[in-house]
Design a protein around this ligand. Structure first.
Ligand code: PLP
Length: 424
């Protein structure tokens, strides 16, 4: 039996990716070898447990694969412990919450409506349903994290865990300050670096592993690997909750986190995806990846200034990383309308709440854009003004079908002949 229906759709999706300008900040294009590992026979293997300690026979080879993934990840971030099994970023966070918190415990995270993530305490997510969330946000004038409010809230509410990291925040983080506040109240610090992970690994941004107890990330954004999650620590430590082994020795956080992944929140690991993560980590350890990350950052910085030249309002006035949030209120267009108009021109972005937004999450006043994906396709900073011009024309002429279809042709001319992945 040949499944023509699904493979035809995969081909159509391939063409969509090839002919468009992909600016969703959380997306990327992976290399051929990352994809090959993912589509391998490793998908056939059950391997509950950890390398050398499995609940199934025949794991000698996947044990090697998983250990290589762990070792490469530790080398990449200067960690001494890592778990590469989380199926996604949300799963990595779920495991950390299970390991560190009891239902009803207080947590302090970055407000979703200011750029935070659902899994950092949103009421529609397990993190907001099972735990008691408090939030910090950005300063209305500067668009940057208000660390004074974070500190004030932490000292008043005394959360058991402070979470930093974001889905839509274009500035670097002051991890040292967050850790200092956490130490005053005996809280743990979780840094979710899903978005800027690649920039952190290549030392282009501050290093959260220097200051935060536990780090989570996705592997498919700037890290340019398969869809998945990871958990890391620079230093393992005895758990502060008084949990003991049968022999009376304290349990290490590493052991508690491993158990929170399996059997705590997951079953069998996806060894094909873990192999693919290992390939992506090797790529990220190669010199070419740092060049890729520098280009991604440069492209984002040029993009922000080109938008500002055309009168667009970038939250916080620029970017330190790979992404930016554009507040479209000054242009009189909603995030939803902007997203829809751009899709018609084969330019993909996502609508996004801006800080202090007056629209609902279904409409929003902004869009989020990022450069990891176009940079993987070989776009350099000289081409960014053209891309911003195409976006501006699509938004300004959104009622004119003929202009939009002309734009689509221009987008295809710009992108259609480039491979999806052009890096060594
Ligand atoms: N954490 C942050 C900061 C994210 O931006 C995301 C994804 O957008 C996640 C966690 C969740 O990752 P996943 O979609 O793999 O569950």
């Amino acid at each position: 039996m040949q499944d023509e229906q699904i493979f035809k759709l995969i081909q159509e999706e391939n063409n969509r990716q090839l002919n468009g300008i992909e600016l969703i900040a959380s997306e990327n294009f992976v290399s051929e070898q990352v994809m090959r590992a993912m589509g391998s026979v490793l998908t056939n293997k059950y391997a509950e447990g950890l390398p050398g300690k499995r609940y199934y026979g025949g794991c000698e080879i996947v044990d090697q694969v998983e250990q290589i993934a762990i070792d490469r990840l530790c080398e990449l971030f200067g960690a001494t412990w890592a778990n590469v099994q989380p199926h996604s970023g949300a799963q990595a966070n779920a495991a950390v919450f299970l390991a560190c918190l009891n239902p009803g415990d207080k947590i302090l995270g970055f407000d979703l409506s200011h750029g935070g993530h659902l899994t950092h305490g949103s009421p529609v997510n397990f993190s907001g349903k099972l735990y008691k969330p408090f939030f910090y946000g950005v300063n209305k004038e500067t668009g940057r994290i208000d660390y004074d409010i974070m500190e004030e809230t932490a000292l008043r509410e005394r959360p058991k865990m402070i979470i930093c990291g974001a889905s839509a925040y274009s500035r670097d983080w002051d991890y040292a300050r967050i850790r200092k506040v956490a130490d005053e109240i005996g809280a743990l610090v979780l840094a979710d670096i899903s978005h800027p992970a690649g920039l952190i690994a290549t030392k282009l941004l501050n290093d959260p592993l220097d200051h935060c107890h536990i780090i989570t990330s996705t592997t498919h954004k700037t890290l340019r690997g398969p869809r998945g999650g990871i958990i890391m620590m620079r230093h393992n430590f005895d758990n502060p909750f008084g949990l003991l082994w049968n022999n009376g020795n304290p349990k290490s956080m590493a052991a508690i986190l491993d158990a929170a992944v399996f059997p705590g929140t997951q079953g069998g690991p996806l060894e094909n995806v873990i192999a693919s993560k290992a390939v992506a980590f090797a790529e990220a350890l190669s010199p070419g990846y740092k060049t890729y990350m520098q280009q991604t950052q440069k492209n984002a910085s040029v993009m922000a200034s080109e938008f500002m030249k055309l009168g667009y309002n970038i939250v916080s006035g620029g970017t330190d990383n790979h992404s930016m949030l554009i507040d479209l209120r000054s242009k009189g267009i909603s995030g939803k309308d902007a997203e829809n108009s751009l899709v018609l021109a084969d330019i993909t972005v996502n609508k996004n709440m801006v800080p202090f937004d007056t629209e609902s999450p279904f409409i929003t006043s902004g869009i989020r854009v990022g450069t990891p994906a176009i940079t993987s396709r070989g776009v350099k900073e000289a081409e960014i003004p053209k891309i911003v011009e195409l976006i501006d024309r699509a938004l300004m002429n959104r009622e004119q079908a003929s202009e939009i279809s002309a734009l689509r042709k221009e987008v295809k001319e710009l992108m259609g002949s480039r491979p999806l992945f052009t890096w060594e």
